[in-house]
Design a protein around this ligand. Sequence first.
Ligand SMILES: Nc1ncnc2c1ncn2[C@@H]1O[C@H](COP(=O)(O)OP(=O)(O)OP(=O)(O)O)[C@@H](O)[C@H]1O
Length: 215
Amino acid sequence: MSKTPAAAPLLRVRDLRRSYGDLHVLDGLDLDLASGEALALIGPNGAGKSTALRCIAGADEPTGGTVELDGAPLDERLPATRRDLAVVMDDLDFFPDLSVVEHLFLLARAHRVDDPESVVHAVLADVGLTDQAAQLPGTLSSGQRRRLALASAFVRPRRLLILDEPEQRLDAAGLAWLAERLNAEKADGLGILLVSHDAELVDAVADWILDLGEL
Ligand SMILES: Nc1ncnc2c1ncn2[C@@H]1O[C@H](COP(=O)(O)OP(=O)(O)OP(=O)(O)O)[C@@H](O)[C@H]1O
């Protein structure tokens, strides 16, 4: 279970294990991801892709193994981890009484972004939500909520982007935009760990592919 790029890794995962009772979902996963690269985890339903992302992102407790970000344990309680790691998972949780633009300002300010005004408006335009800026999350379409979740990652500082099926509910134009945006993130030096069932997105973005169905 391994893949190893030449450059020093931004993210290093060793012998990651996660069991639910007798079900061994992850049985010793190793991976390295360098800055400026994208690694896609693929595989059939139930292969353990989301479990791997949750364990790596600190949203689930692995049964064993280590996860390091820049050589230090990845731990959301540490300011360095929270500064560097942006995660977009399956569950889209928003404050029901904060508008789209208010969500993004909240995140940008909490992460002490320089010039939040221009960053937030640039991201709003990039994800195609400028016209929905004043709407509450409950009034957005499902694809627009997905765009808001992605905007929430793009509005904050980040060196590692972890994305679980970011293509969900995006239309054709949204999918093309997502591939372009993720490649731009790589060009900016980000590492991207991606779970996706969209072969075109994986082809367009991933430098490395790890098939959990084959492990
Ligand atoms: N909290 C849990 N309790 C028990 N079993 C779980 C739990 N979370 C996940 N599983 C099981 O672990 C296995 C892997 O689930 P996971 O969500 O990681 O798969 P996946 O590869 O992301 O699948 P999909 O392509 O359907 O999203 C499944 O068999 C699932 O039922």
